[in-house]
Design a protein around this ligand. Structure first.
Ligand code: APR
Length: 309
């Protein structure tokens, strides 16, 4: 069976993701945007790369949702990107007004799909889509942890002059200033970085990871990061379609795990064909657990702004 992915928002993240999925060739892609011609033009351009990249994936762009019908996975990237100096959290109401009607359309045309949220503020938008869709939590989750751990892994590999592939990183919590990198469980070739690097260096890298998105926003001046966010989302899609059951950090609704209930935060999950197959509960120190709970409360504050009923 050929898979179908719809990507809502044909901007930087959406179009880059569509290109990645099309190149892999394991799914057809429908790009949706409100701007007339934008998804159609980008879709056609990606499609025309097929003969060169050797992909037979069908890619189309549209301004309506009919073509998204019966998607296996829908990725929501539609939103207003972060501007320099703007906090992710400032975007909650702006992007709520975009994500809410988008989710309603997604659910109408693809009632059995898995929704992957990319729009920021990530944890709040994931919770909004979960609320609107009324889907079970295994089918609505967000991309953030793979990006955050990838940033952490990049900086560590640079510092230690090793392959990024041999760096495993653990980051929990919300996607933002309250994210909780866990150096104790971050390893290079199986050895914790706390044994490989001085505390001061670890702290600097953690700090850079936490502010990783902002660093790119400041450099770009218009818009926010999109290559790594798109790569992270593509990895989630691959994991689901191939039923790989990899353990990857995702933003998911917690129902008591880690002592947290009723809010979306980033934790490691087993990702397979049903989406979130299982939530992994790591044994945390008191300090780590307190930081995660603080992060969850920050996410809950944003959710409260939306006054979901
Ligand atoms: N329906 C469909 N598309 C929409 C809607 C809507 N209601 N509202 C806005 N869009 C589209 C815009 O027209 C634009 O093409 O969403 C796209 C967003 O693309 P960019 O502005 O390029 O933003 P991008 O960098 O892709 O980031 C998208 O992902 O990482 C997050 O913080 C980022 O929330 C932002 C999202």
């Amino acid at each position: 069976m050929h898979h179908k992915v719809s990507v809502i928002g044909a901007g930087n993240v959406g179009a880059t993701l569509a290109q990645r999925i099309a190149e892999k060739g394991y799914a057809d892609v429908v790009l949706v945007d409100i701007i007339d011609g934008l998804p159609q033009g980008k879709g056609l351009d990606i499609l025309q790369a097929g003969p060169i990249t050797g992909s037979d994936a069908r890619v189309i762009g549209t301004n309506s949702y009919e073509e998204t019908a019966n998607s296996d996975i829908v990725v929501i990237t539609s939103g207003s990107p972060r501007k320099p100096g703007m906090h992710r959290d400032d975007m909650v109401l702006t992007n709520m007004n975009i994500v809410k009607p988008v989710t309603e359309q997604v659910v109408k045309y693809s009632p059995k799909c898995i929704i992957i949220m990319v729009t920021n503020p990530l944890d709040a938008m994931t919770q909004l889509a979960l609320h609107i869709s009324k889907f079970p939590r295994n089918r609505v989750f967000g991309q953030s942890g793979i990006l955050d751990t990838s940033r952490f892994r990049t900086f560590l590999a640079q510092e230690l002059s090793v392959s990024v592939e041999d760096v495993y990183a653990c980051v929990l919590g919300g996607h933002g200033d309250t994210m909780v990198p866990i150096p104790r469980l971050t390893t290079v070739g199986g050895v914790p970085i706390t044994e490989l690097l001085p505390q001061e260096t670890v702290n600097k890298i953690v700090e850079r990871t936490v502010k990783g998105g902002g660093e790119i926003v400041a450099l770009l001046k218009t818009g926010s990061a999109f290559y790594a966010p798109a790569a992270a989302t593509a990895q989630m899609i691959e994991c689901i379609f191939l039923d790989k059951r990899r353990i990857l950090p995702c933003a998911v609704y917690l129902e008591g795990e880690y002592g947290i209930r009723g809010v979306v935060v980033g934790v490691p999950v087993k990702l397979g064909k049903n989406g979130v197959e299982h939530i992994i509960e790591l044994k945390l120190t008191l300090e780590e657990s307190a930081a995660l709970k603080k992060s969850a409360e920050a996410a809950r504050e944003l959710v409260n702004i939306m006054k979901l009923k």
